[in-house]
Write a protein that binds this ligand. Structure first.
Ligand SMILES: Cc1cc2nc3c(=O)[nH]c(=O)nc-3n(C[C@H](O)[C@H](O)[C@H](O)COP(=O)(O)OP(=O)(O)OC[C@H]3O[C@@H](n4cnc5c(N)ncnc54)[C@H](O)[C@@H]3O)c2cc1C
Length: 398
C-alpha cells in the first residue's frame, strides 16, 4: 500500500506532538521540517535568565525523534502551495498529501520608534541568553561608576505584564539581588519596573488574583506601573505618555504576531494578530468561505479561541493527528471543540498562581504542580533517562 505523506512545518510544541503521534501510524510517511535543530521549551526561558539551577529550555530534535519513523529536514520553509501541496525550502521543493502548519508566533513591535533595535526579547533561547549576559555585564560595569550612570545602567524595564513579563520581572528581582552581592553593588541603585498598558497586571485573571500577583511583585522589589503604553525607545531613554525613564535594559514582552511565513502562503485569510482563519477541522478558510482540504493549521498560527498557549498547540496537534489518520483510511473527520485552559503563571522563583475555572491558588504548591507538569511534558517526548539528564545533569549556572 502506498503510504500517504504528511509534511509538518515547525518543530515546536504543535509540530513535535503531531509528528510523534502520526509516526505511530504505519500507513503514513511523516516528515518534520524546522528552521531550528532544537525544540525550544519557552516556559523555561525565564529560568534561563533568572537564578534557577535547572533551566530546561532547549532539547535537540534529534534526541526527541531518535528511533521514530520521522524524517527530519532542517531548513526554513519560504512558501507553501496549498492547492498543489508543494512546500519550498530554499531551492528545494517537496510534495505532500497532507500539510500541517505549526510555525508559531513572533514578536510584534507595532512600529514603535527604536523598539526593535534597542530592546531585548524573550522569544528564544538565544534572546534569553543575550538578556542574561547583558544584565550581568551591567552589574559588572556599574559596580564602581558614578551614581547617575549606575542608576541608568542598573534600571531594568519589562514592558508587558502578561504571563511572560510578570514571570520575568519576578526572576529579575531575585537575580538582581544575587548579582548585587556578587559585584558589590549597592542594592538601592537597582530599579526594576514592570510596565503595563492595561489597568492591572495579568489582566486575563480576576481582579483579586491580579492584586495578589501585584503584591508578590512588590514584595520582590518590582515597581509596577499600569495604564502606560510605550511610545519610544532610544537605548538610553524609554518614553511613556507621562514620563521618560533613563534605563539601559528594556525587555519587550507586550507584542505578538503570527509567524511571517503565513503572509507568503496565498489564499489564507488572516484575522487578529495575523492568525489564520480556520474551519471546524482546523483547515484554512478561503475568502470565498470554502476550505483548503488536507492542510491543517495548529497552535499559535490558528485563529482559535485559546490560541497562544502551549497547551492549545498540544491539544490541536492531537486533534489533527487523529483526523489525518482517519482521513488517510477514508473515514470522516471529527469537528474541533476548543478546550479552555488552566493558567499556571510563575512570578519569580518557587512561586506561581494557578487558576482552574473558579479555583485559584498562589505560592509554592502551584509552583510544584507547574514543575511536575513540565516533567510530565518532557516524559511525553523523551525517554526517562534523557529527562533525568535534562533536570539533574544540566546545571546551567551559578
Ligand atoms: C517566554 C514564553 C513563555 C511561555 N510560557 C507558557 C506557559 O507557561 N504555558 C503555555 O501554555 N504557553 C506558554 N507560552 C506560549 C507557548 O510557548 C506557545 O503558545 C507555543 O510554543 C505554541 O506552539 P506552536 O507549536 O504553535 O509554535 P512554537 O512552539 O513556537 O513552534 C514553532 C516552530 O516553527 C519553527 N519555524 C518557524 N518558522 C519556520 C519556517 N519558516 N520554516 C520551518 N520552521 C519554522 C520554529 O523554529 C519552531 O520550532 C510561552 C511563550 C513564551 C515566549
Amino acid at each position: 500500500m502506498n503510504k500517504k505523506k504528511v509534511v509538518i512545518i515547525g518543530g515546536g510544541f504543535g509540530g513535535v506532538r503531531t509528528a510523534l503521534d502520526l509516526a505511530k501510524n504505519k500507513n503514513l510517511q511523516v516528515v518534520l521540517i524546522s528552521n531550528n535543530r532544537n525544540f525550544e521549551y519557552y516556559p523555561g526561558l525565564h529560568k534561563l535568565v533568572g537564578v534557577s539551577h535547572h533551566a530546561v529550555a532547549s532539547v535537540p530534535l534529534e534526541k526527541i525523534l531518535s528511533g521514530k519513523a520521522i524524517e527530519f529536514i532542517f531548513g526554513a520553509v519560504s512558501s507553501v502551495d496549498t492547492d498543489k501541496k508543494i512546500i519550498t525550502i530554499g531551492s528545494q521543493t517537496i510534495t505532500a498529501d497532507y500539510i500541517v502548519i505549526a510555525v508559531g508566533s513572533q514578536t510584534e513591535y507595532f512600529g514603535i520608534s527604536g523598539l526593535r533595535a534597542m530592546s531585548y526579547g524573550l522569544k528564544s533561547v538565544a534572546e534569553a541568553i543575550a538578556l542574561r549576559n547583558h544584565i550581568e555585564e551591567m552589574f559588572q560595569k556599574h559596580a564602581h561608576t558614578e551614581k547617575t550612570e549606575s542608576v541608568v545602567g542598573l534600571h531594568m524595564i519589562v514592558v508587558g505584564a502578561g504571563p511572560n513579563g510578570t514571570d520575568l520581572a519576578g526572576e529579575l528581582a531575585v537575580l538582581s539581588r544575587q548579582l548585587a552581592k556578587k559585584y558589590n553593588v549597592t542594592e538601592t541603585l537597582v530599579t526594576i519596573n514592570l510596565v503595563e498598558g492595561a489597568p492591572r497586571v495579568l489582566p486575563m485573571l480576576s481582579e483579586q488574583a491580579s492584586a495578589r500577583v501585584a503584591k508578590r511583585l512588590q514584595d520582590l522589589g518590582v515597581e509596577v506601573l499600569c495604564n502606560r503604553d510605550l511610545r519610544k525607545e532610544d537605548g538610553w531613554t524609554v518614553e511613556f505618555a507621562d514620563m521618560k525613564i533613563g534605563a539601559k535594559t528594556l525587555v519587550w514582552t507586550a507584542g505578538i504576531t503570527t509567524n511571517e511565513l503565513v503572509k507568503n502562503i496565498s489564499g489564507l485569510v488572516l484575522g487578529k494578530k495575523n492568525r489564520v482563519a480556520v474551519d471546524e477541522y482546523l483547515q484554512p478558510k478561503k475568502s470565498d468561505g470554502t476550505s483548503i482540504a488536507n492542510v491543517f493549521v495548529i497552535g499559535d498560527v490558528a485563529d482559535t479561541p485559546y490560541s497562544g498557549l502551549a497547551q492549545t498547540a498540544l491539544y490541536d496537534a492531537s486533534f489533527v493527528s487523529k483526523n489525518i489518520s482517519s482521513s488517510a483510511r477514508g473515514s470522516a473527520l471529527k469537528k474541533y471543540i476548543p478546550h479552555p485552559n488552566a493558567f499556571n503563571i510563575g512570578v519569580g522563583p518557587r512561586w506561581s498562581v494557578l487558576v482552574i475555572g473558579k479555583f485559584t491558588s498562589f505560592g509554592l504548591f502551584p509552583y510544584i504542580m507547574r514543575t511536575l507538569i513540565d516533567i510530565k511534558y518532557f516524559l511525553s517526548i523523551l525517554p526517562v533517562g534523557e529527562v533525568w539528564k535534562l533536570y539533574f545533569d544540566n546545571k546551567v549556572k551559578n
